[in-house]
Structure formats: structure tokens, C-alpha cells
Design a protein around this ligand. Structure first.
Ligand code: TRP
Length: 374
């Protein structure tokens, strides 16, 4: 399969790894990335769209930078949800990440709500960013349209919680897809406003764009997504992958086995681009154009290659599932690592804002136990 590679939003973001000689010589080359943060909503089963669009990039980045990856449950609750299902959604996402190769020895993996300072800093950003900017965000407008019965304020201030996620750890590199670029711009705006008003505290985070990979679903029309039920799950068995691929849409020109097709108009061929070797791609393209092969032949090779990519993930997942509790331990350890960092940032923030530490602790005896409750 193709190797994921980071494409920094700006050229030569690392002095050690310049994109080109000229870029390295630019005096205004942006500072090296020192810490990466990204997050994903616990939205259920991970699929190959999540892998190609985000996770593969995260896995590659953890070799080169300190990384923090968050399951953003506080973002998820801006949409209707069932509280009883949330714990399983969170664990399932963690399991999926670890299975995909996020390594808790190298990256910090945690649940957003386990570090309360995210919400605290989001409130501060709320006081700095004008309402009008938030109302203009594309995703806010889309979501407000899609869930008219639940246009809660959190939907509007969602990007400021995202800004706080990044800023609370002073992260400066944020791997995201195209759809998050506007949110990243808002995060830069929020920290800039803070720095201007209260003094330099936060770096401006740079987007690290995933290589452009729009992964369509099995319908060959819409973006792969669980809600459209057009996905291949990262944990799908070889049998299930084949059961999904066999009836999947191909170029409409190939009604009969003898009808030639146009590979560029076939989503199956696009997927070969993600999973197959150059030789296999050439074979598929040629066979399609000349009707030398049938769509079924083409899909069989794809299924084999998808399975080769998924097999190690399924194995890692099965190994983790044999140790229930391990995922919880990893998540709790991640939160424990991050809490002191988040606390220190908030101390600094409050200090700069005149929210003075002396009124919080000075000379106080430890709080007495609450009567009637304990
Ligand atoms: N909004 C992001 C998404 O839906 C998830 C997210 C939350 C995030 N906080 C973040 C991504 C911080 C990057 C950095 O994909």
C-alpha cells in the first residue's frame, strides 16, 4: 500500500528535513514542530476511510515527533447520543487506534474529558472570539441544518474547544484532513487573540495536511462513512471484505464482461491506488480498458491486498481484546501524563489574565469534608 507521508501546510517545516534546498534557505522558515496533537470523535467502527485519511498519517508521524492523540468525547456530545453507549464507543475507538498501530509507548492516547482543563481553556477562548466568526464556520452551518432540533451552543463553540485541545499542550503541529482546515484557522485565530491580549503563551498551530485522499464508499459516490453504511471496517474479516466488494459499484460502461471500461471512472480502481502495487494497477487498468479481465477478477486482487493491510490490525486487535482492561489502563496512563501539563498551562493562563493564584490557595487549611454527603 502507499506509504503515508506528512505534507506540512507550509514548506520545510523542519530544519532537519527540508522539502527542498531553496525552502531550507528561506529565512522565514517556520519553526520545527515540537509537539503534535490530533483528535477524533468516538463515532463507532473505524473504516479504511479513517485509516487512509488520518490514522495512517498519525502512525507515520509518531516516528518523528512527540504525539498526543485524543478521543474527543466532549465534542461528540454536541450531537444527540445515548449516554449508555458512550463508554463502549470510546473503548472501541481506542482499540481501533492501537490496532492500527498507534503505539502507546511513543504516543500519548487519552480521552478528552479526562483532562478537565480543555473545557476551562475553551471558556477563555469563548471570551476572546467574536460570535460572528463562529457563526460563519461551514461545519456549524452544516450541522445546524442537519440537526435543527438540537442547535446547542456547543455546536457553535465547538471550534474553540478544538483550539483549546491543541493549545492546552502548546502543540504546534496538527494532522488534519481538508475538512478541518477552517477549524485550524480558527484555532490559530484564538491563540493569536489570546497572545495579543495577554502576552505570548501559545504557539500558532500549523496544519499538517494528510495526503489528499478522498476515499469514497462502496457506493462509489459518497465519502466513506459509517452512517452511510458504505464502509469497509478495519476489523472486517476477509469473507466480509469480499461480501462487500463483490457487489460494489464499478464503471457503468462494463455492463457485460466483454464491455471495455474506463478505470478512471471506477471507484474500485481508485482503491487499487491505495492498496495495490504499481504492477497490479497497470494490470487492472489495461484489463479494464481492453475487457481482458472482468470486474470480479479486478476486485479479487483488490480484496487480497485490502486483506493484507487489515490482517495485522485484526491480529493486534484480537491480542488486545484478550486483555480486557489494558485499553482502560493505556487511556488512564495517557490522562495521567497530560494532567500536569494542562494544569501548568492553566496556571500560566490565569496568571497572565489577572486571575491571581493567591486568592485560590493562600493560607487555606485543607477543605473540611462536606457534611451530610460523606
Ligand atoms: N473536529 C475534529 C474532527 O471532527 C476532531 C478534533 C477535536 C480535533 N479536537 C481536535 C482534530 C484537535 C485536531 C485537533 O475531525
Amino acid at each position: 500500500m502507499t506509504t503515508p507521508e506528512e505534507t506540512p501546510g507550509t514548506p520545510a517545516s523542519e530544519p532537519g528535513l527540508p522539502a527542498t534546498e531553496e525552502a531550507a534557505a528561506l529565512p522565514a522558515a517556520p519553526a520545527a514542530i515540537t509537539r503534535i496533537f490530533s483528535g477524533m470523535q468516538p463515532s463507532g467502527e473505524l473504516h479504511i476511510g479513517n485509516w487512509l485519511g488520518a490514522l495512517a498519517n498519525w502512525v507515520a508521524l509518531q516516528d518523528r515527533h512527540p504525539c498526543i492523540f485524543s478521543i474527543v468525547d466532549l465534542h461528540a456530545i454536541t450531537q444527540d447520543y445515548e449516554p449508555a453507549e458512550m463508554p463502549a464507543r470510546i473503548r472501541d475507538m481506542a482499540l481501533g487506534w492501537l490496532a492500527a498501530g498507534i503505539d502507546p509507548e511513543r504516543s500519548v492516547v487519552f480521552v478528552q474529558s479526562a483532562v478537565p482543563e480543555h473545557a476551562e481553556l475553551a471558556w477563555i477562548f469563548n471570551t476572546l472570539v467574536p460570535l460572528g466568526l463562529l457563526e460563519r464556520m461551514t461545519q456549524f452551518k452544516d450541522k445546524a441544518k442537519n440537526q435543527p432540533e438540537n442547535v446547542n451552543s456547543g455546536l457553535l463553540t465547538y471550534p474553540l474547544l478544538q483550539a483549546a485541545d491543541i493549545a492546552i499542550y502548546k502543540a504546534d503541529g496538527v494532522p488534519v484532513g481538508e475538512d478541518q482546515v477552517q477549524h485550524l484557522e480558527m484555532a490559530r485565530d484564538a491563540v493569536r487573540k489570546f497572545n495579543n491580549r495577554y502576552g505570548e503563551v501559545f504557539p500558532e498551530p500549523q496544519p499538517i495536511l494528510s495526503p489528499a485522499r478522498k476515499v469514497l464508499g462502496l457506493d462509489g459516490e459518497r465519502k466513506m462513512s459509517k452512517s452511510l453504511n458504505n464502509q469497509i471496517g478495519l476489523n472486517d474479516s476477509p469473507e466480509l471484505v469480499w461480501a462487500k466488494l463483490a457487489p460494489a459499484k464499478t464503471d457503468v460502461r462494463r455492463k457485460k464482461r466483454t464491455d471495455p471500461g474506463v478505470p478512471e471512472d471506477c471507484n474500485i480502481f481508485a482503491w487499487h491506488g491505495f492498496f495495490s502495487s504499481p504492477g497490479e494497477r497497470a494490470w487492472a487498468a489495461e484489463g479494464c480498458r481492453t475487457a481482458g479481465i472482468g470486474c470480479r477478477d479486478c476486485k479479487q486482487v483488490l480484496a487480497k491486498n485490502i486483506d493484507a493491510a487489515l490482517a495485522p490490525m485484526r491480529e493486534r486487535r484480537a491480542a488486545l481484546e484478550r486483555h480486557p482492561g489494558r485499553v482502560d489502563e493505556i487511556l488512564a496512563a495517557g490522562a495521567a501524563t497530560l494532567r500536569p501539563i494542562a494544569r501548568a498551562t492553566m496556571e500560566e493562563v490565569r496568571e497572565r489574565m489577572g486571575l491571581d493564584a493567591r486568592v485560590r490557595y493562600a493560607g487555606q487549611p485543607p477543605a473540611p469534608p462536606l457534611r451530610g454527603i460523606d
